[in-house]
Write a protein that binds this ligand. Structure first.
Ligand code: USQ
Length: 499
């Protein structure tokens, strides 16, 4: 079967040099449509050069496919540029470090920056990664020694544009993965200082990056992490399309109809952190429009898990895992709670529905997207999740695995919900593009990721690290600004755990 990106052409390739050789009207639209709009006898042709194969001279970028080009090689995730230069912003984080090793293992030349903000923010809250993580120098050393991966790392703040400019000029990345944001909703809701810090770091960091890309590497594809939480959970049950209304969506009002096709869908974020992601959406969307940047906005569901082959290869290569109220995502928190005997904390009714994805599956999606760069000017969106569940269902799954496989007396409790969110609502996420257009197949069911987490977190050293931070599990950050720890509403003693 042919790979999902076999028929893409140099038009999508980051090695192309389009400057001055392309009609502006070609950008942001399908090539076929553009050519048709010019008419058969048009004098306008899209011409380009290749940065990797200058011997081709000036040529029609639609004439060579990835499958035909010797610079693209086959991998299980699609064709990928040989030694593709991928820069990861936020390379020291939970996702960034995992992706660096993953991409290195399939032959990418990985570079990255980080200013250790995540380590600092977690420390500021008095918490720690319950999986101990090595210092960056030791991580880099271990990556070379154990996996033979050389990572070009610079300690740098994304806001330091002059140094980032130099690094971009030096590396000339062919894809940029942008993870350099503060990922926490509760952290952004602590007080004004934290809300401002999160929005400044996320929104202005991204905005500065867009200008640098315009000036240095406009052909590079940008993979920017958004969130499913940008959409909120509309009580009408309107489907959560992939960022943009599909061509056949229609607004019907006062006996008239308008097409919504191609417009951004409404956003209804659920914290000041989520608002920062919505602002990013607009900034990236505009940059693609003004400067022909190529971008994927990746609306990722709640992530969980600790395992990929590479991070499991050596204790020094492990990625972080947070379980405190600010930086721990719900599934990771549940497993940690189960390990130290705290009843799993369902906020409110526990009937909230969310999209989820395991760490390893998220890595697969990112790789497939890196392999299929968008067209010039294209702002594309994917909803990156492998399934959706109610929090109660997940708590039951954690309970089942914990009791059956690890003989732990796991219980579930309902606690006051410190957030402002509907805890009973319709939820119709559309997440078709990754499987349909990019060949994504989820490989890790929740049970398996939960099992792997239990295996690691029940190790005495890690269990002890969870015990040390037990007091940071019950939340105190209320969206209302109230200052108190949430109270338990009930412990669901006799919860039936279906097989
Ligand atoms: N929740 C509980 N119990 C807990 C922790 C959380 O019931 O102990 C509930 C929350 O009320 C919420 C849901 O679980 O309804 C998810 O909470 P979360 O803390 O796991 O995730 P969230 O704050 O939504 O943010 C996380 C990541 C963020 C990402 C987002 C994807 O931190 O970076 O953007 O997941 S999404 O949720 O789809 O927006």
């Amino acid at each position: 079967m042919s790979l999902h990106n076999a028929n893409l052409t140099c038009w999508n390739c980051p090695a192309i040099d389009l400057a001055g050789k392309v009609d502006f009207r070609a950008c942001g639209q399908a090539v076929e449509k553009f050519q048709k709009s010019l008419g058969e006898n048009s004098e306008v042709h899209i011409m380009a050069e290749c940065k990797r194969r200058p011997e081709l001279g000036i040529f029609d970028p639609m004439s060579i496919t990835f499958e035909e080009c010797p610079e693209w090689k086959e991998t299980p995730f699609g064709y990928i540029l040989k030694d593709m230069r991928v820069m990861i912003l936020g390379i020291d984080g939970y996702l960034g470090w995992t992706l660096a090793l993953w991409l290195g293992s399939i032959g990418c030349q990985v570079s990255g920056i980080d200013n250790y903000n995540r380590r600092d923010w977690v420390m500021e809250r008095g918490a720690h990664s319950v999986i101990p993580i090595a210092r960056m120098t030791d991580r880099l050393h271990a990556a070379r020694e154990v996996l033979g991966i050389d990572i070009n790392f610079r300690k740098m703040d994304i806001m330091d544009r002059s140094h980032l400019k130099e690094f971009l000029e030096e590396v000339k990345p062919e894809a940029i993965v942008h993870y350099a944001e503060c990922p926490s909703a509760p952290y952004s809701m602590i007080d004004a200082d934290h809300a401002i810090l999160v929005q400044q770091n996320n929104v202005l960091g991204t905005l500065g990056l867009l200008f640098l890309m315009r000036d240095i590497c406009p052909e590079t594809s940008l993979l920017k992490l958004g969130t499913m939480g940008e959409y909120g959970t509309p009580l009408t049950g309107r489907p959560l399309f992939e960022g943009i209304f599909p061509a056949d969506a229609v607004l019907h009002w006062h006996d008239q109809e308008w097409s919504l096709g191609g417009e951004l869908t409404p956003r209804d974020p659920v914290s000041f952190y989520h608002v920062s992601k919505v602002q990013d959406t607009f900034n990236v969307y505009e940059a693609c429009k003004y400067w022909w940047l190529h971008s994927y906005d990746i609306m990722q569901g709640v992530i969980y898990g600790v395992r990929t082959e590479q991070v499991a290869a050596d204790p020094r290569l492990r990625t972080r895992l947070d379980i405190d109220e600010w930086f721990g995502t719900v599934m990771n928190r549940f497993v940690a709670q189960a390990v130290v005997g705290i009843p799993l904390t369902l906020y409110g009714a526990g009937e909230q529905l969310r999209g989820f994805i395991a760490l390893e599956d998220a890595m697969q999606c990112m790789t497939r997207l890196i392999c299929s760069p968008p067209e010039p000017g294209q702002y594309a969106v994917v909803n990156q999740m492998s399934g959706y569940y109610s929090l109660r269902e997940l708590a039951e799954t954690v309970t089942r695995v914990g009791r059956k496989e690890f003989h732990l007396p796991v219980k579930i409790q309902r606690v006051e919900n410190p957030r402002v969110e509907a805890d009973r609502h319709p939820f119709v996420p559309i997440y078709e593009r990754l499987p349909k257009d990019f060949g994504f197949e989820p490989k890790v069911p929740p049970e398996e990721a939960i099992y792997n987490m239990f295996e690691l977190l029940t190790q005495p050293e890690i269990k002890e690290r969870i015990e040390q931070k037990k007091h940071l599990i019950l939340p105190r950050t209320w969206w209302s600004g109230v200052k108190k720890q949430v109270e338990s509403i009930e412990v669901l003693e006799e919860v039936e755990v279906p097989d």
